[in-house]
Design a binder for this molecule. Sequence first.
Ligand code: CU
Length: 150
Amino acid sequence: MRTLLAAFLLMLNVAAHAGEASKTITISDAWVRASLGKVSTTAAYVKIENHGTKEDKLLSVSTPAAAMASVHNSVTNDAGVVQMLPVMALSVKPGETVALTPGGLHIMVMNVKEPLKAGATVPLTLKFEQAGEITVEAEVRGLDGKPLKR
Ligand SMILES: [Cu+2]
């Protein structure tokens, strides 16, 4: 009886952790700015929430819509010039929400294969150190970045 109980408790424990692992990191509000004519570079934005108890790191981003995507941060230097710096591992601490928004952290989308038009959706795959790969559908928005009415 005791063994059975122990096995049952172990099963419960495993089930609880399996649920937890899949929802540690959630991505919301994913969107990409429409690309303009022949300009092949644009940016994508997401909100990353860490519901877990451990720090996680966003290591890389990819999308079938472009040859390359990487995390950048826009910072203003001493001369007042805005520069973009690559972010190799974006830390998301337990309980923290990291929002990528215009003017700050963003996902640089380079060499789009076809112009991205407002209203379309583009898959974005974010690879985390702990949570692994998470794919979301990002809405292509106009230049003002406003959510589209559906
Ligand atoms: Cu950039």
